[in-house]
Design a protein around this ligand. Structure first.
Ligand code: NAP
Ligand code: F7E
Length: 330
């Protein structure tokens, strides 16, 4: 008998993780459906060219009727909810939109799964985040946050994600749905949006090397993040949905580094030892409330899922600078 292909529905297909996950699931032989929004999405042509095997469905996390249709059409075995307003700084400027998409959008999706009649069969991944912890000194355990740590979100994004996290857990408990939340710490790479600090730096570094830019303007440089590689993290998402029972898992590297350390390595990659003359600061890129230090303890994911990150911090910076040098040389 011929193998029946597993079917996956992905929201956030045009984003960083959507790209990595599409690659991974295609390698694993899945039939993949991706939600694309907007009447003229400028990302559509790129996604169609990069993933010709992908089935695109027009839908939006704020429109439940479109989500019911997306679920009914794709008949998914697995749903990965990666769609969100994901930029923390932007969420301060558009807090209600962030609540509607990043928070209530998850409720809309879960209801759509029930309305379409897939609540007993579809396994769902919800993209939770380390931003729910808040990075404060008082709630930061020795050795890093775990799945049991207390939450204290510091932005409209973090608050919306906490609602999404709890409504997911509530639907799991109330309706017995298979919903696993991945509490992921920062993950980056060559698909990262230019609006995030790592990619903003590596792209600027490449342009400075090529004489296309003189300096980079950033906000605060002291915050620390637990930065991993996105390709490693989508593997963890997939593993969560292959378990016998749904649960929450934290993915992190167990190391934390400041933006200054990131600058150090990125500039060294192009032979510049002292980055200070090339970096300016502007309050426009600072946030009303900052997340100081994030450090995650991935012990549970390592033990239960057999997951381990492969790319380390210097490897990540190198990969991103080299990618941007290639890109900017073209
Ligand atoms: P990203 O690159 O910013 O992608 C976000 C995606 O959400 C885009 O495809 C975007 O589509 C889509 N989207 C925005 N508004 C939408 C709406 N109203 N309806 C449907 N889709 C919508 O994010 P990412 O880095 O891949 O992250 C994936 C998920 O993980 C997000 O939920 C993020 O919050 C979460 N997360 C990320 C990290 C990280 O370090 N990357 C860590 C923890 C959690 P358009 O292209 O049409 O705008
Ligand atoms: O900021 C500081 C900024 O925007 C990192 C999202 O994927 O990870 C991401 O959220 C740090 C912050 O990521 C600039 O203030 C300084 O302290 O790259 P970021 P983020 O806020 O950590 C979490 C886990 C998610 O869930 C989110 O979706 O860098 N910073 N100067 C700057 N940040 C930006 N963006 N731009 C600057 O110029």
């Amino acid at each position: 008998m011929a193998d029946v292909k597993k079917r996956a529905l992905i929201t956030g297909i045009t984003g960083q993780d959507g790209g990595h996950l599409t690659e991974l699931l295609h390698e694993k032989g899945y039939e993949i459906y991706g939600i694309i929004r907007g009447q003229h999405n400028p990302q559509r042509a790129r996604v169609e060219a990069e993933f010709p095997y992908l089935n695109l469905i027009e839908a939006d996390l704020t429109d439940t009727s479109s989500l019911v249709r997306a679920v009914a059409v794709s008949k998914p075995d697995e749903i990965y909810n990666l769609g969100a307003i994901s930029h923390v700084g932007y969420s301060f400027k558009n807090p209600q939109l962030t609540a509607d998409v990043t928070g209530k959008g998850v409720l809309n999706l879960l209801e759509a799964v029930r309305m379409a009649g897939f609540e007993k069969t579809a396994r769902i991944y919800q993209a939770s985040t380390s931003e729910m912890f808040g990075g404060l000194e008082y709630n930061q355990p020795e050795g890093g946050y775990t799945e049991e740590s207390s939450f204290h979100p510091r932005s409209p994004y973090g608050v919306a994600k906490l609602y999404a996290h709890w409504i997911s857990r509530n639907y799991r408990e109330s309706y017995g749905m298979f919903i696993s939340c991945g509490i992921l710490f920062n993950h980056e790479g060559d698909r990262r949006g230019l609006e995030f600090v790592t990619r903003k730096i590596t792209n600027a570094v490449a342009r400075i090397k090529l004489g296309k830019q003189e300096f980079i303007t950033l906000g605060d440089l002291w915050p620390k993040r637990d930065w991993g590689y996105a390709g490693d993290y989508v593997e963890g998402m997939w593993r969560m949905l292959q378990q016998d029972t749904p649960d929450d898992f934290l993915l992190a590297t167990g190391e934390t580094h400041s933006i200054e350390e990131f600058l150090d390595l990125a500039f060294k990659e192009i032979g510049i030892e002292d980055w200070h003359p090339y970096v300016k600061q502007d309050p426009r890129f600072m946030r009303p409330a900052e997340v100081d230090v994030l450090l995650g303890n991935p012990a549970k994911a390592e033990k239960v899922l057999g997951w381990k990150r492969k790319v380390d911090f210097p490897g990540l910076v190198k990969l991103m600078v080299q990618h941007d040098l290639d890109l900017e040389s073209k």
